[in-house]
Ligand binder design. Structure first.
Ligand code: SF4
Length: 366
């Protein structure tokens, strides 16, 4: 029997008590035997767990591991990270993308030092006020580090729930997420809430995978609605998202005397505040050379040569850049450095935190 309960105007089907007990027991047993040996699981330090959870947002475990290990080596304690400069933090994050995660983590860690004497808060109301700490990160830190009974619903858990309870609603909608959080809240046991949250995520990562879930090896197959109905391949249901907007972009590789010109991205929007090659949006490929020639004339630059170097593409979450790369060799630097502009030697460019898309362009050049 399924019970119905109203919660904040939502009607939610809760599984019967016996099913909840089966899910709790089977998942915890399975997790104890099958959990992966991951570097953030070596202890319950809330700072280490926090960093891992932020890195794991939108990034796969295999990709995160080497970044995480390097980051923890560079900033082994919360104080080390709080004392670092923005540039150091962004550089350590280089390659992981979604740089606002690093910036938010950095400012939140500073707040923890200033307001909470370096101790990561252990109350949901307090920790969730920190920059970049949403309901998922709150649940993950509190349950794993502090053993608190707080659910943590990420994409893996959403997928598992949508199949386990045959929920045929759009998992990208806020209402479905709220329902799933409430479901998670009703499932989480008093004992080992952190292990239970991790078990759900681990099940999603290893068994109830996006494609071809391994139902035969699943510890909760006996109570799984999707598996019983044979619809596990059709779930979760997700409305088609709009494809990223295609934007033609011009990159300038502007050099002089073995130095290259870098420009700081605007303080708002994509890759905000990061150093980059000078970039102009809405310049189509056929106009790239003409546009660069106009820029050269407008700025009175003395030029040795201008050439089209090639094209590349890069897809962000909401934007799809189709890039034309144009090289410009100046006779003299002529451009004064400022807070938004600097000349950097080709040897030093490796030391700068450059977003991936510009590293890709660099590979075409060097
Ligand atoms: S039985 Fe299959 S569909 Fe159901 S939770 Fe397990 S792996 Fe996922």
């Amino acid at each position: 029997m399924i019970r119905k309960k109203n919660h904040k105007n939502l009607t939610i089907n809760l599984p019967p008590k016996e099913t909840i007990q089966v899910i709790q027991k089977e998942l915890l047993d399975w997790y104890n035997q099958n959990q992966r040996d991951l570097p953030w699981r070596i202890n319950k330090d809330p700072y280490r767990i926090w960093v891992s959870e932020v890195m794991l947002q939108q990034t796969r475990v295999d990709t995160v591991i080497p970044y995480y290990e390097r980051f923890m080596k560079q900033f082994p304690t919360l104080e080390d990270l709080a004392n670092a400069t923005d540039e150091q933090v962004v550089k350590a994050w280089e390659g992981l993308g979604y740089y606002s995660r690093a910036r938010n983590l950095h400012s939140a860690v500073k707040e923890v030092v200033e307001k909470y004497a370096g101790k990561v808060p252990d109350q949901p109301e307090t920790i969730s006020q920190l920059k970049g700490v949403g309901s998922y990160t709150t649940g993950a830190i509190l349950s794993i580090a502090y053993n608190k009974k707080v659910p943590a619903v990420d994409g893996n858990v959403m997928r598992v729930f949508s199949r386990l309870f045959a929920i045929k609603e759009d998992i990208a909608s806020a209402t479905t997420r709220k329902k799933m959080e409430y479901l998670a809240d009703s499932l989480i046991p008093d004992q080992a809430p952190g292990d239970f949250n991790q078990a759900l995520m681990e099940l999603g990562a290893l068994v109830c995978t996006p494609v071809s879930p391994q139902c035969l090896f699943c510890p909760v197959q006996s109570v799984c609605h999707a598996s019983h109905q044979g619809i596990q391949g059709e779930l979760p249901y997700k409305k088609k998202a709009k494809p990223p907007l295609k934007v033609p972009v011009l990159f300038g590789w502007i050099t002089s005397d073995s130095k290259v010109l870098l420009e700081k991205r605007p303080n708002k929007g994509l890759l905000r505040g990061m150093w980059a090659l000078p970039t102009w949006e809405d310049v189509i490929e056929s106009k790239a050379l003409d546009t660069m020639q106009k820029i050269v004339i407008e700025n009175n630059w003395l030029v040795k040569n201008i050439n089209i170097k090639g094209n590349l593409e890069h897809i962000f979450s909401h934007r799809h850049w189709k890039i034309s790369l144009v090289t410009v060799e100046l006779i003299e630097q002529g451009l004064e450095p400022s807070s938004n502009l600097k000349w950097i030697s080709l040897d030093d460019i490796e030391k700068i935190a450059l977003p991936n898309v510009y590293r890709k362009a660099l590979k075409m050049l060097v």
